[in-house]
Design a protein. Structure first.
Ligand code: AMP
Ligand code: MG
Length: 496
């Protein structure tokens, strides 16, 4: 890195911006300095007050006066240094050069807590990495990202977040004409596995090392003091991703486009294009229209996670050891730990969903048997756990079966065997089983009202409900309903 460390930049501006742009101190190959393309008539659609407060930006200033101009990229905040990041990635298994084709990183906001958070626009115009794309985004998909990412955050799943959406006043052309929009996305960084794949393929070993040192300093500073910091970096990322993907599985979240450019080094969920939550439990569930082979199906996510991390390990090989063979062996050992790490996170989360504090050998069987019943009887994943939380057997579609009666008896015996009371077990289940998830039909309903009718109330109400998913209140009941039966399977789309 040019310059030294990530020192804190003081002196927040009137709007509360407090930028320090460490990314610009990386070698120039890692980015292109480019400003957002101006738009005709910015208008603020939605703004995230709690997030603004965490960031230390002035919510009022950004929602009034020229705030929309700033959030649309027409006025660059003081201290920002806009750039598009270079990266590559494996998309559906194939290597491609990518980069921010429609995003601009303004810089890193230093929060009042001293955290460093990327502020990025998405849909803010063309960059040197746009290829044939228009650099723009439609209102529907940007609101969808806002809703989904904020819902994930409230569920306790690490994620990029959404500060605001503005419309641009300019149309974008997809299958139909849409209102153009820009999302302000925040992230602990936008470093991806694909950033490392880019470095190992197109940069020198020295530049790859600079990127790795930068990443360690930014995300895993404890690795810096280790004998082999790069091996520790690899292991740390594997661990964070294992935990993240376990959380997805536990919540029934299907990312939909787990390409390596959408796999963060920080362990945050990124890219809310074709994602959706599963209703009825089925590991084969796929919503993305282009994922015809089911590569990114719900049940495949842990395997794909391991595959993506193997690409990260490959990229780090030149740094792991001077001896190639030894380096490859180290990378393989680190990768082979992923499966067990993932399973530990997953089963410990599943135990909590069933009110279990300790661990017993047969727990896996208990869990698998429950999921088997859900699959066989097309049971709603979220609501089945909700019914168990309240022991509302009548709400379970498979409650009349012998298999369930047998299972329930075993579960009760298991709960009684542990030290904690049934009351404590219920509390644990309560905290671990959300009442509401962003159901696809509810998200679509909110987007339709916003985009077609200019009515943002449906979305505001949905956002409110989704902000406290573990509070099982009566007013949420309508949002717990699975979608009405439909002839057409729900489909999501990439690159919108
Ligand atoms: P995604 O599917 O969102 O992960 O995007 C894959 C790649 O396509 C990234 O390099 C994006 O920056 C780029 N991209 C997506 N949409 C556009 C667009 N409308 N204009 C330019 N680049 C785009
Ligand atoms: Mg992406």
């Amino acid at each position: 890195m040019k310059g030294d460390t990530m020192t804190r930049n003081t002196g927040a501006t009137e709007k509360g911006w407090n930028f320090d742009n460490s990314y610009t101190r990386l070698p120039e190959k890692f980015y292109s300095s480019v400003t957002p393309a101006p738009v005709s008539a910015p208008a603020l659609i939605v703004f995230n007050n709690p997030l603004a407060e965490e960031l230390g930006v002035n919510a009022q200033e950004l929602q009034e006066g020229d705030g929309a101009e700033v959030l649309a990229g027409n006025k660059i905040p003081e201290g920002a240094s806009p750039l598009a990041q270079a990266y590559a990635g494996h998309q559906f298994g194939h290597f491609t050069m990518l980069g921010d084709g429609r995003a601009h990183l303004l810089g890193e906001q230093i929060t009042p807590e001293g955290e460093r958070i990327d502020i990025q626009f998405k849909g803010s115009g063309r960059t040197p990495y746009s290829r044939g794309g228009d650099g723009r985004a439609g209102l529907g998909p940007m609101l969808r990202e806002y809703i989904m990412s904020e819902a994930m955050h409230a569920l306790g799943i690490p994620t990029t977040r959404s500060l605001a959406v503005v419309t641009t006043g300019d149309p974008v052309y997809r299958e139909t004409e849409q209102q153009g929009a820009i999302l302000t996305r925040t992230a602990s960084s936008h470093l991806r596995v694909g950033t490392f794949e880019y470095a190992v393929r197109y940069c020198s070993e020295g530049e790859l090392r600079e990127l790795a040192d930068y990443t360690i300093e930014r995300h895993y500073p404890e690795a810096g003091g280790e004998k082999n910091p790069y091996l520790t970096l690899l292991k740390s990322v594997i661990n964070r991703q294992a935990e993240l993907i376990a959380k997805w599985q536990l919540a029934g979240f299907i990312h939909g486009v787990m390409n390596t450019d959408n796999t963060t080094i920080s362990g945050e969920t990124i890219d809310y294009g074709p994602c959706a939550f599963m209703n009825t439990y089925d590991p084969k569930t796929v919503f993305s229209s282009i994922d015809v082979q089911g590569r990114y199906a719900y049940g495949n996510q842990p395997y794909i996670g391991g595959w993506n991390l193997a690409r990260f390990a490959e990229a780090l090989v030149p740094l792991l050891d001077k001896d190639d063979e030894k380096a490859v062996e180290m990378a393989q050992d680190a990768i082979s730990a992923f499966g067990d790490l993932y399973r530990d996170y997953y089963f410990s989360g599943m135990r909590k969903k069933l009110g279990l504090f300790n661990e017993e050998e047969e727990d896996k069987q208990l869990i698998d048997s429950l999921l088997g019943m859900m699959q066989k009887h097309d049971a709603d994943y979220t609501n089945s756990f909700l019914a168990l939380t309240y022991d509302n057997t009548e709400d379970l579609v498979f409650s009349e079966t012998d298999k369930y009666n047998d299972w329930h008896k075993k579960w009760q015996e298991r709960l009684e065997r542990q030290e904690q009371s049934i009351e404590e077990a219920r509390k644990l289940m309560h905290k671990s089983n959300p009442a509401v998830i962003p159901r696809n039909h509810r998200v679509e309903e909110a987007l339709d009202a916003a985009v077609s009718k200019n009515d943002f109330n449906v979305m505001e109400r949905l956002l409110e409900v989704l902000s406290t998913p573990y509070e099982h209140t009566e007013d949420k009941k309508a949002y717990t309903e699975p979608p009405p039966p439909s002839d057409r399977p729900y489909q999501t789309f990439c690159g919108t």
